[in-house]
Design a binder for this molecule. Structure first.
Ligand code: 6PG
Length: 478
């Protein structure tokens, strides 16, 4: 009975988080289905702090000082479910169980309900930053009751990343909100990665730069508004040469992109909430498309007209145009993610402080960037801002990049380079700015074939037109 906190699941994330906790002076109980993982951790890093290995769940629970705090870091889904059941049997009322995995927030809500009669408190915590972040400072997004957060918060904040002295950890809101915002973080992550990949593809296949040249372009972009962890690692990846073949590493990597579900959930939840997230959706779809190998092969076998090459007059100006298109599209993707969180927060009465969320995403997590400072500023100035693009910094950048953004989307279409996220982001902007959308025609079609009714621009009320009659009389629908 001496550990301050316990970690269940000593995989890469769990081991690194346990080490991070130990390095900050917390005594950490550790347990894994494979006890060798615990032994290994202690052999290799035992000198970093106090680790108390447990042979099984019983011993683990006994080694924790009450009220106990245990963090689960096993894969989302069944493994998490099994650990929660095991802990529910062993922990006591007042103890705190933290799920640090990428669990689906509706599963989280159901689990919290299931635990409620036991008196065990449940905290859902988004943990971002990958293995390195878990060790040196992740971004943490915990959800749960305020009283329970007050007990674990200081420990979490002690191990989180820091930007300008501000810990990248905040009490997001009630149970479920932590995993919800982590899900959307990942949706934004998917969009950002897709946009960067489209920029790379354009630079290579429309502008005609070589991989080392593109590496240099990304390197230069690090000193612009695009500066971010994802641009850093892109530069590193593009600078890496495969040892076996001597070719650029990116050329030997199989192009089917994996996904563990959070991107798709972000899109599904956005659609359920009626929130448009086209960039996140395009990014998720692009990964699915990369995996549709049979369909890709069958289309590759067709003798389709090749795009007429666009003459590359000025590579430098096209490179700058692509940078601007990337920035503008990125702004749209983040606007969509924040819209999704704001809507869920409103519907679920989570009362999430969006500005604070932007602040804790500046460090530790995968989408970390100074760019998030501008989002935080915008939301501090106007907490109920309906649309990020309307905040001054964003309006300014959308305005200045728009002409080049259009050129780039046209270049992509003319060159036959697929840029679904660039293009759909521009479509998002143009739809938002249109005084009238062609959805008026859709409403008329719906009324025509299904009597789905419509509202009019000139009168209040709900109407239906009797399309089957010659003079098409309109009736008021009650
Ligand atoms: C993070 C990452 C992390 C993980 C994702 C990747 O924030 O640290 O998002 O959670 O890398 O699960 O997701 P995919 O496997 O779906 O790309």
């Amino acid at each position: 009975e001496s550990a301050d906190i316990g970690v269940i699941g000593i995989g890469v994330m769990g081991a690194n988080l346990a080490r991070n906790l130990a390095r900050h002076g917390h005594d950490v109980a550790i347990v894994d289905v494979d006890p060798a993982k615990c032994t290994e951790l202690i052999t290799e890093h035992g000198d970093e702090g106090t680790f108390i290995p447990a042979a099984d769940h019983d011993q683990f629970v006994q080694s924790l000082r009450g009220p106990r705090v245990a963090i689960i870091l096993v894969p989302a889904g069944d493994p998490t479910e099994m650990v929660i059941d095991a802990m529910a049997e062993r922990m006591d009322s007042g103890d705190i169980l933290v799920d640090g995995g990428n669990s689906f927030y509706l599963d989280t809500l159901a689990r919290a309900d299931r635990l409620a009669p036991t008196g065990i408190n449940f905290i859902d915590t988004g943990v971002s930053g990958g293995a390195e972040g878990a060790l040196t400072g992740p971004s943490l997004m915990p959800g749960g009751s305020t009283e329970v957060y007050e007990r674990v918060g200081p420990m979490f904040e002690s191990i989180a990343a820091r930007v300008d002295g501000h810990p990248c950890c905040t009490h997001v809101g009630p149970t479920g909100s932590g995993h919800f915002v982590k899900m959307v973080h990942n949706g934004i992550e998917y969009a950002d990665m897709q946009l960067i990949s489209e920029a790379y593809d354009l630079l290579r296949n429309a502008v005609g730069l070589t991989v080392p040249e593109i590496r240099d372009v990304f390197d230069a972009w690090r000193s612009t508004e695009l500066d971010s962890f994802l641009i850093d690692i892109t530069t590193e990846v593009l600078g890496h040469t495969d040892a076996d073949t001597g070719r650029p590493f990116v050329d030997v990597v199989h192009d089917v992109a994996g996904s563990k579900g959070t991107g798709a959930w972000s899109v599904q939840q956005a659609l359920s909430l009626g929130v448009p997230v086209p960039a996140i959706s395009a990014a998720t779809t692009a990964r699915a498309l990369s995996g549709a190998e049979a369909q890709r092969h069958s289309v590759q076998a067709l003798d389709l007209p090749a795009p007429v090459p666009v003459p590359m007059d000025d590579r430098e100006s096209w490179t700058e145009a692509i940078r601007q298109a990337l920035l503008a599209s990125k702004i749209c993707a983040y606007a969509q993610g924040f819209h999704e969180i704001a809507t869920a927060s409103h519907e679920q009465e989570w009362d999430i402080d969006l500005a604070e969320l932007a602040l804790i995403w500046r460090g530790g997590c995968i989408i970390r960037a100074r760019f998030l400072d501008h989002i935080a500023d915008a939301l501090r100035d106007e907490p109920s801002l309906p649309m990020l693009l309307a905040a001054p910094w964003f309006t300014e950048h959308i305005t200045s990049t728009l002409p080049q953004w259009r050129r780039v989307v046209a270049l992509a279409a003319n060159s036959g380079v697929a840029t679904p996220a660039f293009a759909t982001s521009l479509g998002y902007l143009d739809s938002l700015r249109a005084g009238r959308m062609p959805t008026a025609l859709i409403q008329a079609q719906r009324d025509h074939f299904g009597s789905h009714t419509y509202r009019r621009t000139d009168r209040e009320g709900v109407f239906h037109t009797r399309w089957e009659e010659d003079d098409r009389p309109e009736e008021t629908w009650s």
